[in-house]
Design a binder for this molecule. Sequence first.
Ligand code: HEC
Ligand code: HEC
Ligand code: HEC
Ligand code: HEC
Length: 190
Amino acid sequence: MRAVSKITLGLALLLGPALYGQDEGRIMRPTDFSAHVAGEIDIVAKAPAGKLELDGKAIEAEEPFPNVYHATVAPSAGEHTLAIVWESGRKEVRFFVGENAPEHYKPFQQHPPVPGVQCTQCHGISSRGRFRFKGGCFDCHQKEQETFVQIHTHPEHTFVECGTCHNAHGSTAAKHLIYPKEIMCKLCHN
Ligand code: HEC
Ligand code: HEC
Ligand code: HEC
Ligand code: HEC
């Protein structure tokens, strides 16, 4: 476990750009192949001058930070495709609304699971004008908690980037991990 091979790290960079936040367009929420109960679906995405499309139709979004989009939709039951489109690219996620989701859709758990949490709880604009994650997790979670300490043994620089392993907007994996734990660890460790 201790040794992190350069090759594995390289592979992780190639296969999991979402892990490192380096791609231009991203949909943070909902996640690909997530299943949702009927009602409102909250969308979080980014792209340079991006446009959101639900099932091919443009949807209105607010832009709380430059090139960062937030929208709420209430689509009918069934399968849907959400896309973020920008000049040189496009990203899509598929999601399902309602009961009896096909097996490849997994229940989505939104995070934080409490209403009214603002984006600014965790985000701000850096002195160079870039949208960034600024922390804020420990307003609600306890760093000192025993299980927390046991799980989070990583060096400080890996550890502080909570978004390397967790999708703080919600996930279909346990503990809001981006991928299930078995896959997650192997992205950097043999
Ligand atoms: C509980 C904390 C938390 C809240 C609340 C939150 N985010 Fe995030 N967000 C994160 C973390 C952690 C990341 C991962 C950082 C990264 O990958 O660069 C992230 C990443 C993002 C990204 C991708 C950034 C990038 O450079 O690729 C976008 C876009 C985003 N958040 C938008 C939002 C919006 C819009 C809201 C409000 C609707 C919001 N977030 C609320 C924690 C949060
Ligand atoms: C506004 C409060 C709030 C903030 C801020 C917040 N969380 Fe949470 N989080 C919760 C609540 C409430 C739960 C569900 C109860 C629990 O398990 O602690 C939860 C659950 C979780 C879980 C799953 C815990 C479990 O046992 O299943 C993870 C992982 C998590 N949060 C990570 C984060 C990360 C990473 C951040 C910062 C990017 C963050 N949280 C910020 C309130 C918050
Ligand atoms: C290297 C990957 C990684 C990073 C980085 C990471 N976590 Fe985690 N975290 C995990 C894993 C894996 C689990 C769940 C372990 C399990 O299910 O056994 C977890 C569990 C949690 C839980 C639930 C704790 C519990 O008692 O069950 C919380 C809350 C949490 N993380 C918050 C955070 C916060 C906040 C950050 C950033 C300051 C962070 N994590 C950074 C991998 C990571
Ligand atoms: C983003 C890449 C990344 C991910 C994902 C990741 N790790 Fe690590 N891990 C590291 C780095 C970097 C080190 C430090 C390597 C070193 O010191 O040689 C490390 C070190 C460790 C160590 C040794 C810690 C110590 O005290 O020296 C353990 C154990 C570990 N990781 C477990 C895990 C587990 C379990 C997971 C899955 C939840 C995981 N890692 C996911 C990058 C990662």
